[in-house]
Design a protein around this ligand. Structure first.
Ligand SMILES: *Cc1c(COP(=O)(O)O)cnc(C)c1O
Length: 495
């Protein structure tokens, strides 16, 4: 593998070899141009989709860099160079899924390795480490709260054979943050010299650049923000210039294990990546607006969004922003906030605890108009889900409790629709969530709930509203609620 430049190296330019002054191209410029150079032969400004599985050789072993497309394909190579460019790395490797990237990187550790992982790691990662690497490869693992434990407690969890520290930043669904440079320092100080990997899926390369914070490997499920359109499953590993041997080993395993993405999916993901910076800004602005609306609602107990001052680690979130995100956030705050408002856009994921329990959460999730009840995240469309029964349903209840994943915890993936439509949708769903109970409890409703976005506003705020079966508005609403109840299967069937 030929050494490539690091894209955070100030002297790097896209116009190598010209007399232009050294210039450091920004994130969006790299996302659009690296790997999408106009075709030499046809001039096409977009890469063609190269479906060939095999390539003509002019003499035995004399080829143009491609032999068989499991080992290398023009579309995959192009995407890999774009990924390296936006993460500030040198080596990019794409895989058939995030999980395939997990399998490949853990295979690279060898047979008798120990992995130290953050305790609320993505369920599929936990499953791979325990059930696949643990049961078939002799890999052992420990799970530690890398944000709460002190240095000594973390160091005592390292073993002589700890080869990898697995960080997720932030964790899912409770959006806890790990101080990456601190964990890197601890890992470096231990004789086993483990590699530090950061799963950067939730923030994407736009909001966070873990390689700049000392990480050895950045991991992505491309299926989420990088592709961004909920139509590709793919994963990636990105490494800095100081790891040519490890990159070579992973490249060997990528080919030998063969969990590679198709040319078409690589092309789609690269197209998605070209608008990542635009989408991530919009996701952040929308999520912040939705988080503030949730926070001001009487029907919400807690909002978890690292861009809100109420998040216990909001300072860490701010200080670990990538250089390009920091530029965006500072400009946004200058234009939009008063000096005392220290909130800022920070990707599109929000978790919140709705007042009440599973019943209220279910009602909220079936009352939204724009937020679709579905797993996954990071697409242009807004999604909502109930981690306790959906994405995190396989975690035993006691453990879920410890991790703060209760029956009233709702996770939102805020999309890039119009901000005010999303805010309105969340507000009307919250109103709809409490309304049926109030109808049951009393025949007279007063106060703000009565003034909610009922069709045609039954009554001005504060005035009593009679629950009257002859009222067509109420009847219409109750019918609609019953219809919804009939139509929506119980949550358990959403697995
Ligand atoms: C989805 C996801 C993965 C797994 O990726 P797949 O592409 O679904 O295999 C890993 N980590 C995080 C944080 C994810 O959200």
């Amino acid at each position: 593998m030929s050494p490539a430049p690091s894209y955070f190296d100030k002297s790097f330019t896209l116009t190598k070899g010209t007399s232009l002054k050294p210039h450091h191209d920004g994130f969006g410029t790299r996302a659009i141009h690296v790997g999408s150079e106009p075709n030499q032969e046809t001039g096409a400004v977009v890469p063609s989709i190269s479906l060939a599985t095999t390539y003509k050789q002019d003499g035995v072993g004399n080829h143009k860099g491609f032999e068989y497309s499991r080992s290398g394909n023009p579309n995959r190579n192009a995407l890999e160079s774009t990924l390296a460019a936006v993460e500030g790395g040198t080596y990019g490797l794409a895989f058939a899924s995030g999980s395939a990237a997990t399998a490949t990187v853990i295979n690279a550790l060898g047979p008798d390795a120990h992995i130290l992982s953050v305790n609320d790691v993505y369920g599929g990662t936990y499953r791979y480490i325990k059930r696949v690497a643990g049961e078939n490869q002799g890999v052992t693992s420990s799970y530690v709260s890398l944000q709460d434990e002190d240095d000594n407690a973390i160091l005592s969890a390292f073993r002589y054979n700890t080869k990898l520290v697995w960080i997720e930043f932030p964790t899912n669904p409770t959006l806890r943050l790990v101080d990456i440079p601190r964990i890197v320092r601890l890992a470096k100080s231990h004789p086993s010299k483990p590699l530090v990997l950061v799963d950067n899926t939730f923030l994407s390369p736009f909001y966070s650049s873990p390689l700049l914070q000392g990480a050895d490997i950045v991991y992505h499920s491309i299926s989420k923000y990088i592709n961004g359109h909920s139509d590709v499953v793919m994963g990636a590993l990105i490494l800095p210039a100081r790891h040519p041997a490890l990159a070579e080993k992973l490249r060997f395993l990528q080919n030998a294990i063969g969990a590679i993405p198709s040319a078409y999916d690589s092309w789609l993901a690269q197209r998605g990546l070209k608008t990542l910076h635009l989408r991530m800004k919009a996701h952040g602005i929308n999520a912040l607006a939705v988080a503030k609306a949730l926070q001001s609602s009487q029907y919400v107990d807690e909002v978890i969004y690292p861009g809100l001052p109420s998040h216990p680690q909001t300072a860490l979130a701010y200080h670990s922003l990538s250089p390009h995100a920091l530029k965006f956030v500072e400009k946004y705050r200058e234009d939009n906030s008063s000096p005392e408002d220290t909130s800022f856009p920070y990707s599109g994921m929000i978790s919140f605890r709705i007042r009440g329990g599973a019943e209220e959460a279910n009602r909220f999730l079936t009352s939204t108009r724009l937020f679709t009840l579905a797993e996954s995240l990071g697409g242009v469309e807004s999604l909502a889900e109930l981690p306790a029964q959906m994405t995190h349903g396989s975690i035993p209840p006691a453990e879920r409790e410890l991790l703060g994943i209760g029956d009233n915890l709702i996770r939102l993936s805020v999309g890039v629709e119009e901000t005010e439509d999303l805010v309105h949708d969340v507000e009307q769903a919250l109103e709809a969530t409490v309304r049926p109970r109030q109808l049951q409890q009393s025949s007279v409703i007063t106060g703000p709930a009565a003034a909610g976005p009922w069709p045609g506003h039954l009554s001005p705020p504060g005035l009593p509203v009679l629950k009257d079966s002859r009222s067509s508005v109420i009847r219409g609403w109750v019918l609609k609620a019953n219809f919804r109840r009939l139509r929506i299967p119980p949550l358990a069937s959403f697995h």
